[in-house]
Design a protein around this ligand. Sequence first.
Ligand code: F6R
Length: 607
Amino acid sequence: MCGIVGYVGQRRATPVLLEGLRRLEYRGYDSAGIALAGSPVQVHRSVGRVADLRGVVPEGLTPKTGIAHTRWATHGGVTLENAHPHVAGGGKLALVHNGIIENASVLRASLRAEGVVFESETDTEVLAHLIAKCLEGEGDPLAAVTAALQLVRGTWGIAVIFSALPDTIIAARNGSPLVLGLGEGETFLASDPHALVPYTRRVVYLQDGDVARIQSSGIETTTLDGAPRSRVVETLEAEWAEAEKGDYPNFMLKEIHEQPAALRRCLSGRVVVQEGRANLGGLELSSRELNAFRRVGLIGCGTAHYACRVGAMAIEQLARVPATAEVASEFRHRNPVIDPKSLYFAVSQSGETADTLGALKEVQIKGGHVMGVVNVVGSSIARQCGNGVYIHSGPEMAVASTKAFSNMIASLYLFTLQLARARTLAPYEGRDFAQGLMDVPDLVEGFLAKKLDVARVVEWLSECRSVLFMGRGLSEAVAAEGALKLMELTYIPCLAYASGEMKHGPIALLEEGSVVIVVAPDDEVRDKTLSNLQECRARGARVVLIHTEGDPIAEEADFAIAVPKTSRWFTPFLTVLPLQLLAYETALAMGRDIDRPRNLAKSVTVE
Ligand code: F6R
């Protein structure tokens, strides 16, 4: 989603800002721009990529203070006028903003009535003019920003430069992340630490309600009421340095292949195989407390939600605690009953997804326990929860999530083991589960090491009007994840169904040559899925089957992909791999943008 970069220091700001924007490209955007200190402030914007922006920014610009933005359109279309930064007060200030100003239309009308002329359709420009108005009254830029923010409702991560203050950026946060990077005689600002990595590891995460005065000599943080607020300086985790493509053609392929290492990192030090138990220290829950929970609720969006569905099945079946997986955007708005004896997990790669954050706050408001299952350390969800499990995938840069899916499941399985052993699971059962989990990275590595030739399937898929995915039990969630991957990367409509539901509707779609992707590892529901597979073939569909190595079920398919044998709980780690690769290869063959599919953003910070 939208990205913010800011710089104030001794270097020329433009190269730092453009490099920062390049590093945030993975988040998804459709226009970009920079603003540089001066009188008036100067702004350069373009629709399209950061490379297009480079083309319109003049060479050799000397200002040493500036802000920059990549915009993912929400209020108003993808146009030059709507691109940030927005200027107000005749060049007295320029503003970049992530988030949404909810009362923008009312404010716009009253500013218009006072004679303000708007150039864009954005809520951000409303805020820019509001700050300019407050500046007329207050005189002091920081006071003007805080006064304007008192008048708006919504979410923001903002950075503002003023012609009157060439060595200062004013920033503020409410619901949209901002992190400050401290250097020697220079200070950086970004919506995501990835932009800071080349320059500094010393960072300060702003919190909701913070306002910061950022100068080359350092930072000062206050609340919106002007009260001083000290923030701790943290060290950026080493993992952020991994976030370059290396020898891979794109991030997605790199991240698919990183799964064994990411899984090892997630499991490392958390499993005691001999005792058949796991220990997630970040939860800070004793066995007694684990025994007291009556239900577990897992909340997430998209891929995270599918990981939740796998996790919920494991928790319920192994720990015998009722468990549900919820779509965060639905959960938060349906006035859910929160049992204080239930435990909730907010599951999110980015830790910034607005719907998941909203859902977890709803749980907290109603007095429930909620913990994070999050990748990005220090992210909003991690902070809001306080306790939780880091999944340790390392930076995930491709918009389509891959390694985070596997690590979310691994983390939820660690919790399952901890919970199950505290309740019902016998030591020998715990040992089998622990050992099975520890074996997963090697099995994943073994599968990924072999070349998967799926050219024939890619040809079928590229010509399809739609694709059906199906599976049962754990594999139903994997099928849903496979459909999401293929759909978001190729733009082919994909439908995922529980195999048993096919005959209740979706089977009507099938005709000669339709493609059905069936996930049927050798588990206790394999035979049932086999019947559904045969029903599809009988209607002329071509079946692509993901199955367990050595299983004769392969003969029933038009194209069969074998994955290594493992016990049923661990099949999702393996069956998802060919689905990720199929989506990848098909998108490649269709000439799609692998890392940045259209209209999508890496972290969805709006509702
Ligand atoms: C799909 C995908 C999205 C995310 C979803 C939640 O490949 O990436 O569906 O899974 O937007 O994001 P996080 O996990 O960051 O909360």
